[in-house]
Design a protein around this ligand. Structure first.
Ligand code: VGL
Ligand code: ZN
Length: 210
């Protein structure tokens, strides 16, 4: 299936930040490999939106704020299970900056997320409590944007959750698989792809754009 990019399509680039790339605090294997693929897409979409994971120091999702806990352990929070992470994407840090080669200049909106100390936020639309909204759905509707194409880091967390929420908000949603990389904790990559397919998010590759 080939896909023709339309004037009301939006490319949503999730968390292509230094801390998610090799050498970063929460490095996604091969994470920086998405940069040239995404740059090519950014050059073709009329609407580009970026997200930036943006945590205060001492964020509750950091294992370091829970004595005796290790990164990648899961704990029970009031709003459900939460994975604990290494300290990452701290507001104003180099790790929180976009990858230096990412073509950010044409982006019309940057959504920052995870800035509340007590709530984690994977999705570009909604924090992990499933209540607090980022405003992205309203922005997209007001701007009359329609199909959403998701890419970035990491497929099994922030990209996957964003695409699922985009679909739940009734937008046609696509995930560009070769413009993503996964953390893959306990099979989370395969699990995310299953959930996406079940939710009617189309999983595509960058080569399908004509
Ligand atoms: C992410 C874990 C913690 C992501 C962000 O961007 O996928 N994952 N914070
Ligand atoms: Zn985070």
């Amino acid at each position: 299936m080939t896909i023709e990019i339309r004037p009301d399509d939006a490319l949503i680039v999730i968390d292509v930040q230094n801390d998610f790339c090799p050498g970063g605090a929460l490095a996604v294997p091969d994470g920086d490999a998405v940069v040239p693929v995404i740059n090519g897409l950014i050059g073709r979409f009329a609407h580009v939106i970026l997200t930036q994971d943006w945590h205060p120091a001492g964020h509750r999702s950091f294992a370091s704020t829970h004595p005796g806990r290790q990164p990648f352990e899961s704990i029970a929070w009031s709003y459900g299970p939460q994975t604990l992470w290494p300290d990452h994407c701290i507001q104003g840090s180099t790790g929180a900056e976009f990858h230096p080669d990412l073509r950010v200049d044409t982006a019309e909106l940057v959504i920052r997320k995870g800035f509340r100390g007590e709530i984690d936020s994977y999705s570009a639309f909604m924090e992990n409590d499933k209540t607090s909204r980022t405003g992205l759905a309203g922005y997209l509707r007001e701007r009359r944007l329609n199909r959403l194409f998701f890419c970035g880091l990491a497929l099994d967390f922030c990209v996957g959750w964003s695409a699922l929420d985009g679909r739940r908000e009734s937008f046609p949603a696509y995930l560009i698989e070769d413009a993503c990389r996964a953390i893959d904790l306990n099979g989370s990559r395969a699990g995310a792809l299953e959930q996406l397919q079940a939710a009617d998010v189309q999983v595509i590759t960058a080569g399908q754009f004509v």
